[in-house]
Design a protein. Structure first.
Length: 385
């Protein structure tokens, strides 16, 4: 959908911001560009809508060479979101969102109706439309920025550190919103961040850049985490690669068994611990049946998990849970069973091995380092020499 073919950008002062970039960004996916500050991510992004012109090479969007397109027209067909939203301060929220539709000649009424629709889509109340940007929180402004970028329903969305300026809680909310929107809209998204956790959370593919504008590796997050191309990528991913990998798989196919509730009787999975539930069956907390206060003992907290929660969250809860048990609930929050720590560990290990195998297959080597096409690898040579 978006392709970079031998693209370089040199600035007159001698800086090479992007160096001979070949990259294909698939349609309908989120590709995240990561790397430390100054490695060429923003330059790469801005060459897509011609805010920066490449020194050499070609970039095409939907098969069309962007150099041959009219820049203003090109930009109207590509949504653009930046840090701190970049909203027009003297226009209302609704008018901000309606900017591109108005430029496209939709007419005031239709543009505003579309803006109101988008306000709802990004989770803002209708009355926010009449306000000015400074009357909204940072997170709300960022949502307006996303709504504005989506207004004319462009197939491509460029997002440059869009959530960089908000606190971690709001950032997580905005990331969740983006994933929800994307599951409906299926835009081709290019997302720049220097935060590897954000990249792993959002990316269908992650492109890692190194200073000097070199692309080092581009792969789906699980593949990148299981098999980084070199020490630079491994260092960038950080020491807890295995845990990050667990954030990508869910609890869905990890079995559960009956929970040790009060009704289940004194003997069961939880040993001395009982899971207390509400009348509706929602887990309320753990009770220590052998504690000195007996039935009056305060409940220890439980964090009930759903099938869609990650194995990393499950591992965390299994450590925090006094019984080493994770309480599982259905979509309505009603207890369905428990899974114990050991089983979560076992599945975590299995996912890790699977990811390593998939990555090795994608790179033409088996997980043990031998080539899958039957030829010898350098590792083999080391062993047999
Ligand atoms: P990133 O987004 O990864 O932080 P950028 O793409 O913004 O990196 O910048 C890449 C390199 O190009 C940096 O060394 C930066 O200083 C340099 N650069 C960016 N814009 C210009 C410019 N207009 N003139 C000269 N150098 C620039």
């Amino acid at each position: 959908m978006i392709s970079f073919n031998r693209v370089s950008k040199h600035y007159p002062n001698g800086t090479t911001a992007v160096d001979d970039l070949d990259l294909e960004l698939p349609e309908g996916g989120i590709t995240v560009l990561v790397g430390s500050s100054g490695c060429g991510k923003t330059t790469t992004l801005r060459m897509v809508n011609r805010m920066v012109e490449p020194s050499s090479g070609t970039i095409s969007v939907g098969g069309r060479d962007v150099q041959r397109a009219d820049a203003a027209e090109l930009r109207r067909g590509i949504g653009y979101v930046i840090q701190q939203a970049g909203l027009f301060p003297h226009r209302t929220v609704l008018d901000n969102i309606a900017t591109v539709p108005l430029l496209l000649g939709w007419g005031r009424r239709k543009a505003r109706a579309r803006a109101a629709e988008l306000l709802e889509l990004v989770g803002l109340p209708a009355d926010a439309g009449k306000r000015y940007p400074h009357q909204l929180s940072g997170g709300q402004q960022q949502r307006v920025g996303v709504a504005r970028a989506l207004a004319a329903d462009p197939p491509v969305l460029l997002m440059d550190e869009p959530f960089g300026a908000v606190d971690p809680v709001v950032r997580t909310q905005l990331q969740n919103e983006l994933l929800r929107l994307q599951s409906e809209l299926r835009k081709t998204v290019v997302f720049v961040t220097h935060d590897i956790d954000e990249a792993v959370r959002l990316g269908d593919r992650i492109a890692v850049f190194r200073t000097g504008g070199h692309l080092v590796q581009c792969a789906p997050p699980a593949e990148l985490l299981a098999d980084p191309a070199d020490d630079f990528v491994a260092g960038f991913l950080g020491a807890e690669r295995g845990l990050k990998l667990l954030s990508l798989s869910t609890l869905a196919d990890v079995p559960q068994r009956p929970a040790p509730t009060e009704e289940a009787g004194p003997k069961g999975a939880g040993g001395r611990w009982r899971l207390v539930t509400s009348e509706r069956g929602e887990p309320l907390g753990w009770r220590d049946t052998e504690g000195p206060q007996g039935d009056r003992a305060p409940l220890l907290p439980v964090r009930p998990l759903r099938d869609g929660d990650s194995l990393l969250t499950a591992l965390d809860e299994s450590i925090a849970s006094p019984a080493g048990l994770v309480a599982r609930v259905d979509a309505d929050g009603v207890l369905t069973g428990v899974t114990d720590r050991e089983l979560i560990h076992e599945h975590a290990g299995r996912r890790h091995a699977e990811a390593a195998r998939t990555a090795a297959a994608a790179n033409g080597t088996a997980a043990d380092g031998t080539a899958t096409d039957g030829t010898a690898t350098p590792q083999d040579a080391g062993v047999t020499a």
